[in-house]
Design a protein around this ligand. Structure first.
Ligand code: LLP
Length: 469
């Protein structure tokens, strides 16, 4: 029997570079986590660079092969909201990905990394004038329009800045409800993103979609873009949600977007050259969970796109996708040091061991915000002690500060042990906070037996520097 806390088979939810060293301690890219903790302190996000690059390539190659076989091209945009730093933007670009940004801040990081504007997209449901101006000046490859008002705002900015036609996409909501949690589903009707494909039931004779000439908000926006010479209508965009493990939603959405494209062509004579099918590819967070395979998803999507275009009698568009979580999520684990260990008697007679670590909801908000599940393992050693029912909690001042709800840990878990929580690369550091004035942890990249800081640890001085007294 393998000792408690040892992953029997390396694999999801760990990055490819993770294994156990000769004495049972966790290693990544050939480095012992005890050495990482000694050098960089804890908590720390430990990011496996080779794994990141391999996942980026898997998306690029999988989608290029699937759509290339149909004779059309693909662009894979890395969704920087999952985690963006200058080095990571550079790696993604070196591996043939473009960068999807959602704010001026993310755009600034991508530009600082030297990614050409043409290889960057800008999203956002409430872009500021400064963000639009910056994107136009940087010559971004596309601005994704999210509301009717933005059509004129971007066109006016292009005119004012003497820019050529600005490539834009219109983000549409297909009515497909998908994703790991209500807060991260983005294509159903009653939420803030995009423009609906549905014709309002109050429009026309009240018969809903049945009036052939009735115009949906999405169609109205596409026609309005065509009327502005400062804009080049590059395509239609659909993103249905995040942490999606059932790929059928992508296919339903793809069919709807392609139908809209054909409808627009019939009405205006203009066939948009591109369609973006968004991100949202789900990953494993727990041992035994099966992540989506980008190659498989790409193949199935290509089949659907091919069939649908044949049915509609339209040539294939160029396709783009925007994975974030699936590229960076599994590359990273968070390394914590155990502090207090406290057995708590439960009403049903069981005992739960509360294991407090030196971080918590400030470095991983997902359990508190979405009830997300994570896994944890004793990382600095193995143990033959019988497992106990444990809950890993943080150091913040609220009971909901939970890192891992329920996990079996060796019964001799003790202060000073290192714990590793896998699959924290996406929406971990990027959603981190300074709750309780806890400085945010560093992001440490590991590769070929060496580590380097991508983002240094915040200090109390950093926090106090913002406080003007
Ligand atoms: N494209 C668009 C337009 C998006 O809104 C998103 C994510 C992505 C791409 C990337 O999705 P991904 O491949 O990473 O699932 N904070 C939440 C996730 C929010 C996702 C927001 N949009 C979480 O921690 O689960």
């Amino acid at each position: 029997m393998s000792p408690v806390g040892v992953t029997a088979v390396p694999g999801p939810p760990w990055s490819a570079g993770v294994s156990r060293g000769p004495d049972g301690a966790l290693t990544v890219a050939g480095i012992d986590v005890r050495a990482l903790a000694a050098e960089h302190g804890t908590p720390a996000y430990v990011l496996d660079e080779a794994d990141f690059r391999a996942r980026a390539r898997a998306f690029r190659d999988g989608f290029t092969a699937a759509f290339g076989a149909l004779g059309t091209g693909v662009d894979v945009y890395y969704a920087g909201k999952a985690f963006l730093s200058v080095a990571v933007a550079r790696w993604a670009h070196e591996e043939g990905l473009r960068i999807d940004t959602a704010t001026g801040g993310e755009l600034a990081v991508a530009l600082r990394a030297g990614v050409p504007g043409a290889d960057i997209g800008l999203h956002g449901n409430n872009k500021s004038d400064q963000e639009i101006a910056r994107a136009v000046d940087a010559g971004v490859g596309r601005i994704i329009l999210d509301s009717p008002a933005e059509i004129d705002r971007v066109a006016d900015a292009a005119r004012a800045r003497g820019a050529g036609p600005v490539p834009v996409m219109v983000r549409v909501t297909t009515g497909v409800h998908a994703g790991g949690h209500e807060y991260i589903a983005t294509a159903h009707e009653d939420q803030k993103f995009g423009l609906s494909l549905a014709v309002a039931s109050g429009a026309g004779d009240g018969a809903g979609d049945s009036r052939p000439d009735a115009t949906s908000p999405a169609m109205a926006a596409l026609l309005a873009v065509l009327a502005r010479p400062e804009l080049h209508l590059l395509g239609i965009h659909s993103h249905i949600g995040s942490q999606i493990l059932d790929p059928s939603g992508f296919q339903v959405a793809a069919r709807k977007v392609l139908a809209l494209r054909a409808d627009l062509a019939a009405r205006s004579g203009y066939l948009v050259p591109e369609v973006d099918l968004g991100g949202g590819y789900g990953i494993a967070y727990l041992p035994g969970e099966v992540p989506l395979d980008p190659q498989r998803v790409a193949k199935d999507l290509a089949t659907v796109v091919d069939e649908e275009c044949a049915r509609l009698g339209t040539p294939l568009p160029r396709i783009s996708v925007e994975p974030g979580r699936a590229v960076v999520g599994p590359t990273t684990f968070t390394l914590y040091t155990v502090g207090t260990v406290k057995p708590v008697n439960l009403d049903d007679g069981r005992v739960r061991t509360y294991v407090s670590v030196d971080g918590g909801m400030s470095d991983n908000l997902r359990p508190a915000l979405y009830g997300a599940s994570y896994h944890a393992e004793l990382a600095s050693r193995t143990s033959d002690a019988a497992p106990v029912l444990a809950r890993v909690v943080g150091k913040h001042c609220e009971a909901g500060d939970i890192v891992v709800h329920e996990v079996q840990l060796p019964g001799d878990i003790a202060p000073g042990d290192l714990l590793a929580v896998p699959a924290t690369g996406a929406y971990g550091r990027s959603m981190a906070s300074n709750y309780n004035h806890v400085p945010r942890p560093p992001v440490v990249a590991v590769r070929d037996g060496a580590s380097r800081l991508l983002v240094r640890r915040e200090t109390e001085d950093d926090l106090l520097a913002l406080d003007l007294g």
